[in-house]
Design a protein around this ligand. Structure first.
Ligand code: NDP
Length: 438
């Protein structure tokens, strides 16, 4: 905290992990002997760079670019690229740090990394997005490679951005290789990658609920966000016969008591790239609440009664008061599609209430797991069917749940999947670090 006083999200993520590790460290002295904690919180390599591009009016624009290669113990660095005006070094560090443990939990050979820029793709023309992506890759290309570091999408980086990034990489290195995941299906992408994080988060919820003899069928669910993760969370919930009734974006939220209209949501967000105000206009009976109307201290989305909640927008979007509302209204399951969407005091509430709570690094690991499957397909120059990838994804999500649950039981807190996921992920990376020497 003394060295990086401004990086509050990074401190939050580190505190949560270190706190969970207490019982492990009390039982096992080798991690201290090998100074693993200090080694694991400092990235192996951190790249910061200037991204200069020209807008449509001929003005020169400058953005910050980042790639933080956190830990390569288990495989090539792997993690998304976030394009959002809120991006700074602390945000990328928090995401990269989380990615180490998430990737370890998938059981695939992937190290942890994250990157991004404070560039905002919103409101930019296609040509501007392309020029930015080309400028970003003109520096990034020298630091990545299919066996070194394989970036992917995240907030603001979808198939379009991945396409422009890949095109520039290929030009610069003169090689066609699987250096990015989340690629188009026309040229090396994996079926089911687009759906994977949302589907995975719902599969994780199903696993948690099964243990209590519950299911999602016929149940009312709340989803936040309306991007890649949220859309495919809504889709899987509908497929399972559940009733998702909310989505949100940076302008506000939709409450549609009849159930979210998935086709309309996709049309507005994936094709037209419009805000959710269009949804309310085109879907009579739904209600749009703008961010300006939100109460100061809580998000009205989480105050709607539900059985299960799927925060799938961004970090710290669900606070203690929101958690209280969810619990008071009978919510018994929270599965985090986003990274660190619940504040520490909200997490405390969920754990104290002993509901089914799936922390992001476990519940949203389906995206990176399927990116790992995309890497396998690229390396073997094959492509698997949707069903095959989805089946593997489902198996991986079950495996992550089991690993977190069994570890939580081993340490005497069977309901605490935060502790379970953190210890299971940490132990794997730390033991491998010890074996690989300093
Ligand atoms: P998208 O860019 O596709 O969608 C993000 C959604 O969240 C949009 O609806 C956006 O609103 C909203 N949002 C983003 N930032 C804010 C903010 N500061 N305030 C309010 N709303 C906001 O991103 P993804 O769906 O890919 O990512 C969502 C979350 O899931 C992130 O936490 C990401 O790190 C995490 N995640 C994503 C994975 C993936 O495979 N994509 C994998 C694992 C985790 P608007 O449309 O107005 O911009």
């Amino acid at each position: 905290q003394k060295t990086f006083p401004a990086q509050k999200e990074f401190h939050q993520a580190v505190h949560e992990v270190l706190d969970s590790l207490r019982p492990l460290l009390a039982k096992e002295s080798k991690y201290e002997r090998y100074n693993i904690l200090q080694r694991i919180v400092i990235p192996e390599r951190q790249i910061g760079f200037r991204v200069t591009w020209m807008d449509d009016a001929g003005r020169i624009q400058v953005n910050q670019g980042y790639r933080i290669q956190y830990n390569s113990t288990l495989g090539p660095y792997k993690g998304g690229i976030r394009l959002h005006p809120s991006v700074n070094e602390g945000i990328i560090k928090f995401l990269g740090f989380e990615q180490i443990f998430k990737n370890a939990l998938t059981g695939l050979a992937m190290g942890g990394a994250k990157g991004g820029s404070d560039f905002d793709p919103k409101g930019k023309s296609e040509a501007e997005v392309m020029r930015f992506a080309q400028a970003f890759m003109s520096e990034l290309y020298r630091h990545i490679g299919p066996l070194t570091d394989v970036p992917a999408g995240d907030i603001g980086t979808g198939a379009r951005e991945i396409g422009y990034l890949f095109g520039q990489y290929k030009k610069l290195v003169n090689r066609y290789e699987g250096v990015l995941t989340g690629k188009s299906l026309l040229w090396g992408g994996s079926l089911a990658r687009k759906e994977a994080t949302g589907f995975g988060s719902v599969y994780f919820a199903e696993e948690m609920l099964r243990e209590r003899g519950e299911s999602l069928e016929g149940k009312t669910c709340l989803v936040s966000g309306s991007g890649n993760v949220a859309i495919y969370t809504v889709q899987k919930l509908l497929e399972l016969g559940a009733k998702p009734i909310t989505v949100s974006d940076s302008t506000g939220m939709i409450h549609d008591a009849s159930g979210i209209d998935l086709d309309l949501l996709k049309e507005i967000k994936e094709n037209r790239r419009e805000s959710l105000t269009s949804y309310a206009k085109e879907h009579p009976g739904s209600r749009f609440i703008s961010v300006g109307e939100y109460p100061k201290d809580h998000n009205p989305l989480w105050a709607i009664p539900c059985f299960a909640a799927f925060p799938s927008a961004t970090q710290n979007e669900l606070n203690e008061k929101d958690a209280k509302h969810l619990l008071q209204n009978g919510c018994i399951c929270v599965s985090e599609g986003a990274n660190m969407p619940s504040t520490p005091s909200a997490v405390e509430k969920f754990l104290a209430a002993k509901i089914c709570y799936g922390p992001g690094k476990a519940a949203n690991a389906g995206g990176v797991a399927t990116s790992g499957l995309e890497m396998s397909q690229n390396a073997s120059m094959t492509s698997w069917s949707f069903e095959e990838v989805d089946m593997k994804l489902h198996g991986i999500m079950r495996g992550i749940y089991r690993a977190a649950k069994e570890t939580a039981k081993e340490f005497g807190e069977p309901h605490n999947l935060v502790l379970g996921a953190n210890i299971a992920g940490f132990r794997k990376v730390a033991d491998a670090m010890i074996e690989q020497g300093i």
